[in-house]
Write a protein that binds this ligand. Structure first.
Ligand code: SF4
Length: 355
């Protein structure tokens, strides 16, 4: 049995679909998870915010802006190459075309260059912080992006910024993407961090806030009852995932962006359509393969899902997917339906071969 350490992502995934949470800790199944463009931008932004705390305090605003521009370029390129290798043979969009690219960049730059006290003073950050030791907490805060593990609660996480205010801990988390101002959406994550910080650092948390673009600080309502309810629910969730006693909850919203559709039997037997005639999965035998140019091919798929036989054309499939007539395939994710029988394959669509 795998010992589960629950992160806020895993907990929230469990609440949406317990089966998806179980898949995501399975060594084989988790290889199906693919990196997204938004996650790549989030990684770059968080890395820059964290590293900016080590900028010498005598740097001018223009020094910091130059530092940001250069490192943004390098880290985005790293993420792009990672995406290219993970998504091959699909053709990943160039970074400037990623949704939210410019807005995220502006938000991260603003936070780094005009941090105005929202980040720990650059000269006071304690590099040798060891949160495993509970004494002298004041000497070891602030913490920036420190990975914390609570063996007592079985939870883990990396709050962006933890610092002392009036002898209590304040936790900030930086938000760059969609819904960054949606306090309701971030409550659970912040209550999770509250539990984690209080357990690992043995300090009472007094304030929770998210920091969105343009250094806007949004307070999360303090709610000890909700935190205790969450604490009481954690053992149930860990036990369910560890013992694999997990139900699948297939639905259009749950499954649409789930990475495990190709191995999830409850999903496959539910035959969910996004819209009438717009299935999430095209499943069947390849009846024709036609090269269009040096990059793309078109496939005709005789579907096996519909009761009546149908031939679906899937176009813009990269040639690197070595598809042959007679292959049994499952094509899914971000399909661009022109009508129910003509479908575009997107840069982040996927083909699985069935044996
Ligand atoms: S495909 Fe749907 S039902 Fe299956 S694990 Fe994913 S979200 Fe759950």
């Amino acid at each position: 049995m795998i010992e589960v350490r629950l992160s806020t992502t895993l907990y929230e995934r469990f609440l949406t679909c317990p089966k998806a949470a179980a898949f995501s800790i399975d060594e084989d199944a988790k290889k199906l998870s693919m990196p997204s463009l938004r996650a790549a931008l989030g990684k770059v932004s968080h890395r820059l915010v964290e590293e900016s705390t080590r900028i010498p305090h005598n740097w001018s605003e223009s020094d910091i802006a130059l530092w940001f521009d250069e490192n943004w370029r390098v880290y985005v390129e790293e993420q792009f190459l990672e995406l290219v290798s993970r998504w091959a043979p699909n053709h990943v969009l160039k970074p400037e075309s990623w949704p939210g690219y410019f807005a995220t960049r502006a938000a991260a730059k603003s936070l780094v260059s005009k941090s105005s006290g929202l980040l720990p003073p650059r000269s006071t950050l304690n590099e040798s912080s060891n949160p495993a030791l509970k004494e002298d907490i004041a000497l070891r805060l602030p913490l920036v992006e420190q990975y914390l593990v609570s063996a007592d609660l079985g939870i883990v996480g990396k709050p962006d910024f933890v610092f002392l205010e009036n002898d209590k801990a304040t936790i900030y988390d930086y938000k760059f993407g969609n819904n960054q101002n949606d306090v309701e959406k971030h409550k659970l994550q912040m209550y999770f961090y509250q539990l984690l910080v209080e357990s690992v650092l043995d300090v009472e948390v007094g304030r929770l806030a998210i920091v969105s673009s343009a250094n806007k600080v949004l307070e999360i309502p303090f709610d000890r009852t909700a935190v205790n309810r969450l604490k009481g629910d954690i053992p149930r969730v860990i036990d369910a995932i560890e013992t694999q006693k997990v139900a699948a909850i297939p639905s259009s919203s749950n499954c649409r962006f789930c990475s495990f559709k190709s191995i999830c039997e409850p999903f496959k037997s539910s035959h969910i359509d996004l819209l009438p005639g717009r299935p999430m999965v095209i499943s069947g035998h390849v009846s024709k393969v036609q090269r269009i140019d040096e990059k793309f091919q078109e496939l005709m798929i005789r579907t096996s899902v519909k009761p009546e036989a149908a031939e679906v054309k899937v176009y813009a499939v990269p040639n690197g997917h070595e598809v042959k007539v007679g292959d049994s395939v499952l094509i899914t994710d971000n399909l661009d339906f022109k009508d129910s029988l003509i479908v575009g394959f997107s840069w982040n669509s996927r083909i699985f071969f069935k044996t």
